[in-house]
Design a protein around this ligand. Structure first.
Ligand code: GUN
Ligand code: ZN
Length: 428
């Protein structure tokens, strides 16, 4: 066992409130199965006496917090960041598909996988639900690299058997055979998980979506990830291609692709029936604010989501998104919440932004109590924050009068410089 004395941020398991111990103790050790987990957490004064003989590392002025969870990202788009376009569909055609075609080369995929994981960790992201490309070897590349580092990572081979150029388009039957083989090879190995990954309805034939739905029914604890209702041209196209479905979202339901552990990126252009379908099926939204602002897609309606009551969490959506940094994503989510011309504008409290990128994102994945929090039993993935990492952060955080002001100072001014250390399964 090992213990850390510092300030500690975690989240209540009953609601979305933050719990903050200014002088806290975090005790890490193996559980019955040998996983490194949080054994105890709370005020130093009340816990210290319970662990005689356990080495305590004192980190004065530092904050321990759960590793961030990125609910939607594309590892092969690491180098697509910052590609300007007239909206989603030209961005896919002109930048994304040509770049993803390079991942047919397994050596290239392995190289980018390393860069991607380095970048996630530098930014304090310890778990991500990420797209690979349509090439099965891209999935192997990321799982191998994640396994070597002991990370909890989820990915899957992209399904796209139409409206996609040569080099990324796959074949219906083979794509489903490959998906099932990858599930059997990787899902549940160490901390790895597989996600069935139809790119989006317009890039998939009925037969491919049907096959994906059949796999989702057969492998119930495998994840599902896709995109929906991101951009108005995309919505119109999806409705034309699937006229029998009530809405763009309901296409996925009609093919058996909405359930617990299904995560859909964007979810912007929804009506209340869509929101109720999300809620009733236990499906979650990956809110991707830097991407939505960069591509001019629209603004996620937080008030609408909370009124109807479906699950959501925060995502970078790199490379439509512009940053790996959860601080940049949380700040963009604040801007999106504030936007009040197309929907009700609200001021999302800082602890809720943080929750959306940690415990809330974990809950959306069905991993509450496993990652995204520092409650007893959670896996020991956490970050050490230095709130004095830059001169302006030091000034601003020193003047914070309460937790909300402290969190907001880090959200507005923070980036990878705030992350002093990342601990995975109890190891640096
Ligand atoms: N819709 C289909 N593919 C993509 C993608 O790669 N990124 C985003 N943002 N939306 C998509
Ligand atoms: Zn995406």
């Amino acid at each position: 066992m090992k213990a850390y004395r510092a300030a500690i941020l975690r989240f209540s398991t009953d609601d979305r409130t933050a719990i903050y111990d200014e002088d806290g103790l975090l005790v890490i050790g193996p559980d019955a199965t040998g996983r490194q987990v949080v054994r105890a957490v709370g005020a130093y004064s009340s816990l210290a006496g319970d662990f005689p003989g356990v080495a305590v590392e004192h980190l004065p002025g530092r904050i321990l917090a759960p590793g961030f969870v990125d609910l939607h990202i594309h590892f092969p788009q690491t180098d697509v960041i910052g590609s300007p376009a007239e909206g989603l569909l030209p961005w896919l055609d002109n930048f994304t598909f040509p770049h993803e075609s390079r991942f047919v080369d397994a050596a290239y995929a392995r190289e980018v996988a390393i860069v991607f994981l380095d970048e996630l960790l530098r930014n304090g992201v310890t778990t991500a639900l990420t797209f690979a490309t349509s090439h099965p070897s891209s999935v192997d590349a990321l799982f191998e690299a994640s396994k070597a580092r002991g990370l909890r990572m989820i990915t899957g081979k992209v399904l796209q058997d139409r409206h996609s150029p040569d080099g990324v388009r796959d074949h219906t039957e083979q794509s489903l055979i490959d998906t099932e083989a990858l599930i059997n090879r990787w899902h549940g190995v160490d901390r790895l998980g597989y996600a069935i990954t139809p790119r989006f309805a317009p890039s998939c034939t009925d037969a491919q979506l049907r096959g994906a739905g059949e796999l989702a029914a057969k492998y119930k604890d495998v994840w599902i990830q896709s995109h929906v209702a991101e951009n108005l041209d995309e919505v119109k196209w999806a409705r034309e291609l699937f006229p029998a479905s009530r809405s763009y979202l309901s296409i996925y339901n009609d093919f058996g692709l909405m359930r617990e552990r299904a995560i859909y990126a964007h979810c912007i252009h929804f009506d209340d029936e869509d929101r109720a379908l999300m809620r009733d099926t236990g499906t979650a939204a990956a809110v991707s604010p830097t991407s939505n602002l960069f591509l001019g897609s629209g603004f996620f309606d937080y008030a609408g989501a909370d009124r109807v009551g479906f699950k959501y969490g925060l995502a970078s959506d790199v490379g439509g998104g512009t940053s790996f940094s959860p601080f940049h994503t949380m700040l963009a989510a604040y801007y999106v919440g504030r936007e009040g011309q197309t929907k009700p504008g609200l001021s999302i409290p800082p602890h809720q932004l943080w929750w959306q990128h940690t415990a809330g994102a974990a809950e959306a994945l069905g991993l509450a109590g496993t990652v995204g929090n520092l409650q007893p039993g959670c896996e020991a993935d956490f970050i050490v924050l230095n709130p004095r990492a830059t001169p302006l952060l030091a000034r601003k955080t020193q003047q914070s009068r309460n937790l909300e002001e402290l969190l907001f100072a880090m959200i507005v001014l923070g980036d990878d410089r705030l992350i002093e250390r990342v601990v995975i399964s109890g190891a640096r």
